[in-house]
Design a protein around this ligand. Structure first.
Ligand SMILES: Cc1ncc(COP(=O)(O)O)c(C=O)c1O
Length: 410
């Protein structure tokens, strides 16, 4: 199959030119298939970050001088831009360090006042550790129970099972919108309907969804949406929590300090309204502005096109892998841009090391999803994950590298 011809994103090769990170130190093509871990950055984002940390740089929200006032406008415009990217509005968007911090924010703030010893929450077997461990830590404090929804044979969250498990004691359902290992896409509107039917809130971990699918938080019907900027072609150290305005407005602060207050005295301190109430300290100004530039870049291409392009690459990869001996291929056929697999007799780390010699970068390991590894009956998988810049040459290089590895291992 010729992905260049078939893909609505064609020619992806031209997109590669936008990403200076996609070559090796000696200038050779680098077949980067680890975009689910972190995406390479387009020059447009690098330029925006360079400007923001250089000639435009100043603090926000405090300065009386014009550069700071302009930086404040830039930072707040970034909030509007990132909120709009997922169909939300600026009062609903808290900048965080990433998805991990966004989920921790919900656990520590919303969870502390809404989860007690008679309550339950529902997670799934495929969650990233960042959507498991914060809840376990809060469970030790608040005493609620954690239920784990099983998966279907195709590696999707089994929403029929979830429906049977949910009770009025459930206050929260927290699920990955797209699995970082299997690429399976959640039927989020159905999950929202089921959660709301028992009075629970729905949190979606959108880390792998925002770079791969058009996301509209209102159409999804969720209550919280968490994601990281660095997987969306933006900088590290920035991400967001979107929460419905009425919910966010009622949540207590979870970290104290400058910028999140209304008035401070030793007798009584009052807090700023949301979202500022959740951004204690000097924020990641440059990174937020860089993330807004990433949203602009992605929107110029269009997530429908990116999704279709990555789907072609997934189909091509799965087809090639299926033709090989001793391969276990995980996840559904219509995975969103991510293919996990394992070969009998070849540890994924060995495969990753040999592929590296061929300038092919994959991820090998448990992908911060150890309960899912247990479910799959493996300790690790190899994972190839695509970005908008990936193309058929990357898939061909991966397959060539795997064939070489298989020859080495006999
Ligand atoms: C599904 C999912 N959730 C959460 C995270 C955590 O993201 P971060 O480390 O950027 O906070 C990741 C990162 O791999 C992920 O893939």
């Amino acid at each position: 199959m010729n992905v260049q011809a078939a893909s609505p994103l064609a020619p992806a090769r031209d997109r590669k030119a936008d990403f200076p990170g996609l070559v090796t130190a000696t200038g050779k093509p680098w077949h980067y298939l680890d975009s689910a871990a972190t995406a390479q950055k387009p020059q447009a984002v690098i330029d925006t970050v360079t400007r923001a940390i250089g000639v435009d740089y100043a603090t926000v929200h405090r300065g009386v001088y014009s550069r700071s006032a302009e930086m404040t406008l830039g930072y707040e415009a970034a909030r509007r831009r990132v909120a709009a990217f997922i169909g939300g509005s600026e009062e609903e968007l808290v900048f965080t360090r990433g998805a991990t911090e966004a989920i921790n924010l919900v656990a520590y703030s919303w969870g502390a006042v809404n989860l007690g010893k008679d309550d339950r929450i529902l997670l799934s077997e495929l969650e990233h550790h960042s959507n498991i461990v914060p809840w376990q830590i809060m469970q030790q404090r608040c005493g609620f129970a954690i239920d784990v929804c099983p998966l279907t044979d195709h590696g999707r969250i089994d929403l029929d099972a979830a429906e049977r498990m949910l009770t009025p004691a459930h206050k929260l359902v927290s699920l990955a919108h797209v699995s970082n290992v299997l690429g399976s896409v959640l039927d989020a509107p159905r999950a929202a309907e089921m959660a709301h039917a028992v009075g629970a809130k729905l949190l979606l971990d959108g880390c792998q969804a925002v770079p791969r699918l058009p996301v509209d938080v209102r159409a999804l019907g969720c209550d919280f949406y968490a994601f990281s900027g660095h997987k969306l072609y933006g900088p590290t150290g920035i991400g967001a929590l979107w929460a419905r305005a009425d919910i966010l407005g009622d949540m207590p602060p979870w970290q104290g300090g400058g910028a999140m207050i209304d008035k401070v005295s030793f007798a009584n301190t009052s807090f700023a309204p949301a979202p500022q109430r959740f951004e204690a300290g000097t924020p990641a100004i440059v990174e937020a502005i860089g993330l807004a530039a990433a949203c602009d870049y992605v929107d110029r291409i269009g997530l429908e096109a990116i999704h279709a392009h990555e789907a072609e690459l997934v189909a091509q990869t799965r087809e090639a892998l299926r033709g090989m001996n001793d391969v276990a291929l995980f996840g559904p056929e219509d995975s969103a841009g991510i293919v996990s697999f394992a070969f009998e007799g070849i540890h994924p780390h060995d495969l990753g090391t040999i592929l590296d010699e061929e300038n092919v970068a994959i991820r090998a390991g448990h992908h911060c999803a150890q309960p899912l590894m247990e479910h799959l009956g493996v300790t690790a998988t190899a994972r190839a994950s695509f970005g908008l810049y990936s193309d058929e040459d990357d898939v061909a290089a991966l397959i060539r590298g795997i064939e070489r590895t298989k020859r080495i291992f006999g």
